[in-house]
Write a protein that binds this ligand. Structure first.
Ligand code: BG6
Ligand code: MG
Length: 213
């Protein structure tokens, strides 16, 4: 992978287990509203924005809700989620992941975040990774969330690189679609590991190092 000069990491579910915290917060909202919601439905929320996540959850709702009610549900979920984010510390990042990021930087590879979340910078701060990345592209600088490639195209641009010079690391099918449609190669893990559009499949972030010897 000699031509790769930058790696763009998804955050939730790749570098830290905030995907579980998203699930817990949505589960409380869904239970309170009497809407069936399980981990299967939760997989479809990976990589998509807060309001799009709510729209997926509401597919199983038997009530018609106004836009104001929907906004209130999304706001309440974010409040619960941000409360859960307070439990994150540098220990929430697996040591292997932190070591791998350092090792990639030592090889001269630029690193960026490409996340649909508006809470990405808070998370990076809490887990002590704020200074690890050359660029952060997140839910605050995009108009379309994954599977649209915008978040990754901007991350590459912020690093001064082209999509061909970057690769993406994702745990969401929507994220793999965003990467491939944007002209990036892509490492897929977790829920996206068996997705056919991924360029490479990995079990853990540290497996990326095998491609950069
Ligand atoms: C993505 C998550 O990283 O961020 C999605 O995979 C989530 O599940 C999205 O909906 C938006 O997050 P936030 O923090 O802006 O509500
Ligand atoms: Mg993710």
């Amino acid at each position: 992978m000699k031509h790769i000069k930058g790696i763009i990491f998804d955050l939730d579910g790749v570098l830290v287990h905030t995907d579980e915290l998203h699930y817990q917060a949505w589960k409380q909202i869904a239970d309170k509203a009497g809407i069936p919601f399980d981990r299967e439905v939760n997989h479809r929320l990976r990589g998509v924005s807060r309001m799009e996540s709510l729209a997926i959850i509401l597919e199983n709702d038997d009530k018609n809700r106004t836009d104001e009610e929907k906004q209130a549900m999304a706001d309440e979920k974010n409040k619960l989620y941000r409360n859960l984010l307070k439990s994150l510390t540098p220990l929430s990042v697996e040591p292997d992941i932190r070591k791998s990021l350092h090792a990639l930087r030592e090889k001269g590879i630029k690193l960026a975040i490409g996340s649909s979340s508006k809470n990405a910078r808070t998370i990076l701060q809490n887990i002590g990774l704020s200074t690890m990345f050359d660029a952060v592209s997140d839910g605050n600088n995009i108009t379309h969330s994954k599977p649209h490639p915008e978040v990754f195209l901007l991350a590459a641009q912020y690093m001064g690189l082209t999509p061909e010079e970057c690769t993406v690391v994702e745990d969401a099918r929507a994220g793999v679609d965003a990467a491939v449609d944007g002209g990036f190669t892509c490492f897929a893990m977790g829920d996206a590991a068996d997705y056919g559009r991924a360029t490479h499949r990995i079990e853990n972030v540290k497996d990326i190092l095998d491609y950069f010897d």
